[in-house]
Ligand binder design. Structure first.
Ligand code: HC0
Ligand code: SF4
Length: 573
């Protein structure tokens, strides 16, 4: 430890931490804008300046390490004035249309202006007037709101290793953009939306598709059904001020019911179906010398990353559609028949923690009936906006259940939302199918947690199945490179594009740096996912009565011809 003083307060702090962190431990708040722990620690924006006794100039506290005897001042007149000037300069050419900004009230710039008590902007900034990039089905970039913090650049480059956005220097017109001023639609963006999650302002946002949902709901001819992904229920509450990691499954179902959906279904049910199909596929490939490892195909950001960067692995992908796409296909076939509804009249809305799912839903490969399997995808954030727009008092809603006849999913379905969950759900089922008996010990903790790459060797009958799980595209890249180099070999690999899996998807509620730098959103939300797993009466996909009935009455066996026609697809290079 080292001894320092901050604003006269004597402190003993760990060596190696930054002044910002030391101040935080002492409950002294230093404002920041570009800083995001572990992702963007570059000291670029100069908001976090502090005065250090004996130092020649003010220093950026987010990158300045503590040292024995440092005397630090966070509120001296020089510091206060420097911060205000910096902020006013940023505000002077910012497109300040806060009233209609999607990030209003959740904007780090707006909050800073309030916290620093900015009453007037002393500088006349040249206003930037650059075109919006809204050609991507998932992501909208508004350069006029960009504060050049570079968090998105770092996320895309260092964490996701995609590197499609970077800083372009053009004097005062510096921007963050894609090479040659292309649209995100024209570069190998995976649509993961992780750049949105770290944007402090409204410069990056999802393509808002709520109007499409409202119009469908207003159309009396349509049977509008909704399904919700596993990870939405453990994050939606954050939009209504509930603590991170609060489960709101019942309130979410109630809110969707109030919004007027004919049926409220759970994507988890289709996750159970995916396990039946993917588990069967895995066993077949192992037995029949098929392509190994089988790699999961449910994360559309990962699929797109694979197509652009690792086309040699496309044959390894499971042929299963992702659960929500399977559900869409089931709703327009099995369910349509069962309920006597014309599939053309069924409108499927998916609520997903993911921006890439918007892109996925438009893929021509995902159509079992000639119609798109899923009609519209909205994110967790968009659902929250619809709930607010409808005037629903979310926090006081009485819990409701998902609707019959597709209502009950298992614990295996819900854990899909956290990294390692698809793997664990598959292992729960495959092990029992092979053994022909049921096991008590179903928690595969080796594949849980936020570590980037996890490995496990699992005995299944007399086989030893080698499994690996990667979350975040940078980790996926590492794993694939090691497989390519022959340094590692697996039978089954789970890849999720987002760090932590879907709980931390690019469509989830956005927490400011002041929260997410110090609280691990991935862990807190995943905890809630595993709580829900334990709370459910059935925790193995193959025991789900809804799924059993679907096979009995419609598909026959997992992997049947009919199952292949409806539930599987093929991503070609
Ligand atoms: Fe996921 Fe899914 S678990 S991708 O992470 O597999 O988005 O939550 O809905 O489809 O079920 C996201 C989450 C899903 C799908 C499921 C899978
Ligand atoms: Fe990069 Fe993902 Fe953002 Fe695309 S969506 S620019 S891949 S971080």
């Amino acid at each position: 430890t080292v001894n320092i003083t901050i604003d006269g307060k004597k402190l003993q702090v760990e060596q190696g931490i930054t002044i910002l962190e030391a101040a935080r431990q002492a409950n002294i708040k230093i404002p920041t804008l570009c800083f995001l722990k572990d992702i963007n620690e570059i000291g670029a924006c100069r908001m976090c300046l502090v005065e250090i006794k004996g130092a020649r100039a003010l220093q950026a506290s987010c990158v300045y390490p503590v040292a024995e005897g440092l005397e630090i001042y966070t509120q001296s007149p020089d510091v206060r004035e420097a911060r205000k000037v910096t902020l006013e300069l940023i505000l002077s050419n910012h497109d300040k249309k806060c009233l209609t900004c999607v990030r209003s009230k959740n904007c780090e710039l707006q909050n800073l202006a309030e916290e620093l008590n900015i009453k007037d902007i002393r500088f006349e900034g040249a206003s930037i007037d650059l075109p919006l990039d809204d050609f991507s089905p998932s992501i909208v970039r508004d350069p006029n709101k960009c504060v050049l913090c570079k968090r998105c650049v770092s996320m895309c480059k260092n964490i996701q290793t995609v590197s499609v956005i970077s800083a372009a220097e053009r004097g005062f017109k510096s921007t963050i953009s894609c090479a040659f001023d292309r649209s995100l639609e024209e570069v190998p963006c995976t649509m993961c939306g992780q750049c949105i999650s770290v944007c402090p302002v409204g410069a990056l946002r999802e393509k808002d598709d709520t109007d499409k949902v409202w119009s469908a709901l207003a159309d009396k001819e349509l049977h509008v059904v909704v399904q919700t992904a596993p990870a939405v229920r453990v994050a939606l509450g954050e939009e209504f001020g509930l603590p991170i990691g609060t489960r709101v499954t019942g309130k979410m179902a109630a809110a969707l019911n109030h919004l007027g959906f004919a049926k409220v279904f759970d994507t988890d049910t289709a996750a159970d179906l995916t396990i039946m199909e993917e588990g069967t596929e895995l066993l077949n490939r192992i037995k029949n010398g098929g392509k190994l490892p089988v790699i999961t195909s449910c994360s559309p950001g990962w699929i797109k990353f694979c197509e652009h960067n690792y086309p040699e692995f496309l044959e390894n992908l499971s042929s299963c559609k992702s659960p929500h796409e399977m559900f869409g296909a089931v709703l327009k076939t099995y369910y349509a028949e069962k309920m006597g509804i014309d599939p053309k009249k069924i409108f499927v809305v998916s609520v997903m923690p993911c921006t890439a799912k918007k892109f996925e839903a438009q893929r021509p490969e995902l159509s079992a009936t000639g119609l798109p399997d899923v009609d519209v995808v909205i994110t967790t954030r968009e659902l929250a906006r619809m709930i607010k727009e409808a005037g629903i008092d979310f926090n006081n809603l009485e819990d409701m259940d998902f609707d019959d006849p597709m209502g009950n999913a298992t614990g295996a379905g819900v854990i899909f939302g956290a990294t390692g969950g698809v793997m664990e759900a598959a292992l729960r089922t495959v092990s029992e199918i092979v053994a022909g008996k049921s096991f008590e010990d179903i928690e595969y903790t080796a594949v849980r947690g936020i570590e980037g790459i996890k490995e496990a060797t699992v005995a299944i009958g007399d086989m030893k199945v080698k499994a690996a799980v990667a979350n975040g595209l940078g980790n996926a890249r590492k794993l694939l490179d090691s497989i390519k180099a022959g340094e590692a070999a697996y039978d089954f690999v789970e890849i999720m594009a987002c760090p932590g899996g879907c709980v931390n998807g690019g469509g989830q509620p956005i927490q400011p740096s002041s929260v997410r730098s110090w609280t691990d959103l991935r862990t807190e939300r995943a905890k809630a996912i595993y709580e829900e797993d334990v709370s459910l009466p059935i925790r193995k996909s193959h025991e789900n009565p809804v799924i059993k009935e679907m096979y009995d009455k419609y598909f026959g066996e997992p992997g049947s011809h009919k199952a292949h026609e409806i539930l599987h697809t093929h991503y070609a290079a």
